[in-house]
Design a protein around this ligand. Structure first.
Ligand SMILES: [Zn+2]
Length: 56
């Protein structure tokens, strides 16, 4: 998930990754189409987080 810079809402990146592999790609860079703004946002992995259904 990333935080939309325009609305501050969480949006899915569309990329599936577990926390371990996600953290390994610290300089990972991607572009995701935001369904809220209808635009593309560029983001770095360090700004994003993995959406975990069961938080603990
Ligand atoms: Zn947005």
């Amino acid at each position: 998930m990333i935080k939309c810079p325009q609305t501050g809402r969480a949006i899915p990146t569309g990329i599936k990754a577990d926390r371990g592999s996600f953290r390994c790609s610290a300089v990972f860079f991607a572009r995701t189409h935001c369904s809220i703004c209808q635009t593309n946002h560029d983001w770095f992995a360090k700004e994003a987080w993995v959406n975990e259904p069961s938080v603990e």
